[in-house]
Design a protein. Structure first.
Length: 84
């Protein structure tokens, strides 16, 4: 995923749910507060927050096996990596 890619709040919420991670656990993994994560997830459009915090959340979710899918004509999305 591009370092300049900025996920939507809904992508972050969907990714977290898909990976089966609580808000508290994701916030801890990304080293941000739970209220900061809640604001990101509640964002309409690109996730709100400082770019380094959004990147930390993305990296934590990617480490949990999530792939972020950029806008490709059908809208942005998320999926899990194939587990071997």
């Amino acid at each position: 995923m591009s370092e300049k890619y900025h996920p939507t709040g809904r992508q972050i919420a969907a990714a977290r749910t898909l990976a089966g991670i609580s808000q508290a656990d994701l916030a801890a993994a990304a080293q941000i507060s739970v209220p900061t994560l809640r604001r990101m997830e509640a964002s309409e459009g690109p996730a709100s927050g400082m770019a380094n915090n959004v990147a930390a959340v993305m990296h934590a979710l990617e480490a949990a096996g999530v792939l972020f899918i950029e806008q490709n004509g059908n809208g942005p999305g998320v999926r899990l990596k194939d587990r071997k």
